[in-house]
Design a binder for this molecule. Sequence first.
Ligand SMILES: Nc1ncnc2c1ncn2[C@@H]1O[C@H](COP(=O)(O)OP(=O)(O)OP(=O)(O)O)[C@@H](O)[C@H]1O
Ligand SMILES: N[C@@H](CCO)C(=O)O
Length: 309
Amino acid sequence: MEKVKAFAPATVANVSCGFDILGFALDSLGDHVILSKNDEKVLRVISIKGDGGRLPLEADKNTCSIAIRAMLDDLGSDQGFDIELEKGLPLGSGMGSSAASAVAALVAVNELLGNPYPKNELLPFAMEAERAACGTAHADNVAPSLLGGFVLIRGYKPLDVIKLSVPDNLTCTLLHPNYQLNTSDSRSVLKDRIPLKDAITQSGNVAGLVAGLFQSDYALISRSLEDVIAEPYRASLLPGFDEVKKAMLELGALGLGISGSGPTLFILSEGKEKHEHFVQKAKEIYDNLGLSLKAYFSRINTKGGFVIQ
Ligand SMILES: Nc1ncnc2c1ncn2[C@@H]1O[C@H](COP(=O)(O)OP(=O)(O)OP(=O)(O)O)[C@@H](O)[C@H]1O
Ligand SMILES: N[C@@H](CCO)C(=O)O
């Protein structure tokens, strides 16, 4: 096989209480990568569609080629590849754009090389791409994009990734107000020390969320969707955050939080029923702030990145 196309989904990282340790995959949005072997022993990003010309073509800057390079170095291979990237999600949106590109590229290269790695072993290569794109090798976008579902990164040293249960009727609404926020900028407002009482609150919530997912206990999920570590500091970077959150909870959301590092907000709900109400009300609020809004509905994608052809 000389050419392959792969898809990797967008993701919601953190999921409120799980800063850098929780994430889930979305079912409709994502990036495609078409990968072909070349004989010149070089990695080339030969085209990018859907980015408005904003992404780097240089192989040492694009997350597709950075991830592939990390894998080839590990394998000791000098095989060259041409990369065509089709962006299906907005940049700097908080929906794991840099991660989806890296994962689609890795799934494609693994297939073209005859699957030398089981899927979960591709993760460290994708994390290297995240380090290059936003300064930290966090796994809460790349792990769910690769593996699908709701994922817990229990530990980073060594990497310990656990797939969680997903209640059948758990759904997500994404609210993406039209502006960009880079992960590196929204990490820079965080504190590096946490008061003991906040650490206790946060661990209670993570444990509650995990238990709620396994027990399909929507009320417990709802009570646990609280973040005292990142949200209080990041909210000030997000116009309208408090107003939107209050309104969505009043409309019956299980919870609302910042998707990854923002500016997209995610809402978890039981079923699709309230989605249109959320979107209508959020549009009103963002309109008043002079911001346009794109909204998406998604179930939790349990498949992760995959080869299309
Ligand atoms: N293939 C790629 N796709 C997206 N971003 C890329 C890619 N390659 C490099 N980048 C760089 O990664 C940065 C975007 O990463 P960032 O983490 O801020 O956004 P994101 O992935 O959409 O957000 P988040 O991680 O919060 O979900 C940009 O600086 C962009 O130039
Ligand atoms: N956990 C990362 C996710 C970035 O998408 C952060 O919040 O900075």
